[in-house]
Design a protein around this ligand. Sequence first.
Ligand SMILES: [Zn+2]
Length: 256
Amino acid sequence: MYQVVKIPAFSDNYIWAIHNNEGKCAIVDPGDGDVVMSFLQIQQFELTEILITHHHSDHIGGVKLLQSHFPNCKIYGPDTSRFNSFAQGVKQGDVINLEASDTCIEVIEVPGHTIDHIAYFDSANVFVGDTLFSAGCGRLFEGSAEQMLVSLKKISRLAPSTNIYCAHEYTASNIQFAKTVDPSNQDLIAYESIVKDLRKNDFATIPTTVEVQNKINPFLRCDSLPVKHAVEKQFSTKDLDEKNCFANLRRWKDSF
Ligand SMILES: [Zn+2]
């Protein structure tokens, strides 16, 4: 048995800690080493693994500090030159035996936000970094819209009950955009009221689930008529296929 715990960092980041009952702990995307160190010290956990989804500093900024305190900790990251000097590269389909959870975790390649972005999946949970956010998705800094759409589909096709752990609390603002695109979506309207209640009390809206995101996230609904029609209206165009609908939707969000 293992648990997943959030460590809030910076203004809206979540760093995820995976730990078993024996005090072994893995950290996903330690952007801030100090907050992770104080978490580990208070809990008296031993850091056994670091899982990196992509190279942005708010995801890897704390790696060096953690490594200096836990020199035996294994570090995993995308299998590219950005990471090869300090992490063991992993790619699509690779399986990591995670000491912190006593389970196997599988690697999913999800390019788009960055070209070598990966996610980690273990049948109950998926850690997606900045690929999918609740009611939204990551910006396209390096990959194409087409790559991102394929990446998002890999996540949306996981079992509906899968918990999605993303790295930012962007849900409330993403809902404002989602409602503009998909205003008559009753699931989205119901979700907004849940999110309002959570945020009023400063509670996290993450994790979310694949089931919820498939119903409310416009970026996973580019094959639905309401989203397609809204994007066509916004860009005064017609007959958009799913790929072009997604590309335009992402562009719309960039300037929203
Ligand atoms: Zn990022």
